[in-house]
Design a protein around this ligand. Structure first.
Ligand SMILES: *Cc1c(COP(=O)(O)O)cnc(C)c1O
Length: 353
């Protein structure tokens, strides 16, 4: 027997979530976002389950080349573009598209003599102030790209900062709507493509919804017709009976108000469970809802099993996933599901089903 923790990835759920994206955005092509090791789900297996995508978006050239070598023929886009002219040449050789977000990247394209023309996603900064040309620079940047002999085609791109919250997309859509540029558009992440039909354009860029997590704090995964993909599972490896006034684990964050049964679970922050998870973070033990107590240690955490009589050593614990939505666990921890999913540590065995 090995340590009982594992991340179970439901590949059918991935394909079904992609089908769900298509129902939300029937007129758009889908660029599935698989950055950060496919949000922690495993690059190649995830891409395989999402092979009905029209394209993939990620960050590292090496990962893009791995996809090509594994036989994926779809569009592949590097979301931060190239960092050197060597990368640019390799991207061209492997027919990998690039985001172009700054003048330095245009200069690099103009100075290169590429083996093959390259597809470009020209990115405009419409208010997020992260990557992209300012709205005043954007038309000139696009016109330089249009004249560039290395460029095969151009997609106009921006990214929303508030599609999941109260800010919405109106201001950014207004900025973008002013351009008189005749190219396909790629604007929408998951939240935008679900909530704002006007953002869908020719290419949508869903990430989190493919992994079966809701981008909205007020709408559940099921409410959106999505299925959770990753279930992080472990087991109870020890039980402690504690008395009123006793603590558990490091530091003073928990004192029992009454006698309690505590399950010690083989999952800690070195597995990717957040150390800052407070008392009361939801978990499932043998399918029953309960909560963590005490501070998460490197390899273990504590759950209250006082009211789950038949729970004991060997009982299955769902840290997040099926029956215990990752966005609720994230919310309890003051973060978002994205961060939990991509933080699952390499030491956690992944099983695909
Ligand atoms: C990560 C990312 C996405 C996907 O966002 P989700 O909120 O996960 O749908 C889309 N576009 C860009 C540029 C991204 O960096």
């Amino acid at each position: 027997m090995s340590r009982p923790i594992q991340a179970r990835i439901n590949l059918d759920a991935l394909s079904e979530n992609l089908a769900r994206v298509r129902r939300y955005a029937p007129g758009s092509k889908v660029l599935s976002v698989i950055k950060a090791n496919a949000y922690g789900h495993g690059l190649i297996r995830t891409a395989g389950a999402l092979s009905a995508s029209d394209g993939f978006a990620l960050l590292d050239l090496e990962d893009a080349v791995r996809l090509r070598q594994a036989g994926f023929g779809q569009k592949i886009v590097l979301l931060e573009g190239c960092f050197s002219s060597d990368e640019l040449h390799a991207a061209s050789r492997y027919s990998i598209d690039i985001v172009v977000h700054c003048v330095e990247q245009i200069d690099m394209l103009e100075h290169a003599q590429l083996e093959q023309k390259i597809g470009v996603f020209a990115k405009c900064n419409t208010g997020m102030n992260r990557l992209g040309f300012s709205p005043s620079e954007f038309p000139d940047a696009v016109s330089r790209l249009e004249k560039n002999a290395n460029v095969s085609d151009i997609v106009l791109m921006t990214h929303f900062y508030g599609a999941d919250g109260n800010e919405g997309v109106t201001g950014q859509m207004e900025v973008f709507g002013k351009f008189k540029l005749n190219h396909p558009r790629s604007l929408a992440n998951s939240a935008a493509l679900i909530r704002y039909p006007e953002t869908r354009g020719e290419w949508v860029r869903p990430g989190i919804m493919l992994y079966g997590s809701s981008p909205f704090s007020e709408t559940s995964t099921q409410g959106l017709g999505l299925k959770p993909v990753m279930t992080l599972i472990s087991r109870i490896i020890a039980v402690q009976e504690i008395r009123a006034g006793d603590g558990v684990g490091y530091g003073p964050i928990f004192r029992a108000g009454q006698d309690m049964r505590i399950g010690i679970v083989a999952c800690g922050y070195a597995d990717g469970f957040p150390r800052h998870a407070p008392n009361g973070t939801p978990v499932l033990v043998q399918g029953r809802r309960t909560a963590t107590v005490g501070r998460v240690s490197m390899d273990m955490l504590f759950v209250d099993i006082s009211n789950i009589r038949d729970a004991g050593i060997g009982s299955e614990v769902v840290l997040w996933g099926e029956g215990n939505p990752v966005e609720q666990v994230a919310q309890a921890c003051g973060t978002i599901s994205y961060e939990l999913l991509c933080a699952v540590a390499p030491r956690v065995p992944v099983s695909y089903c």
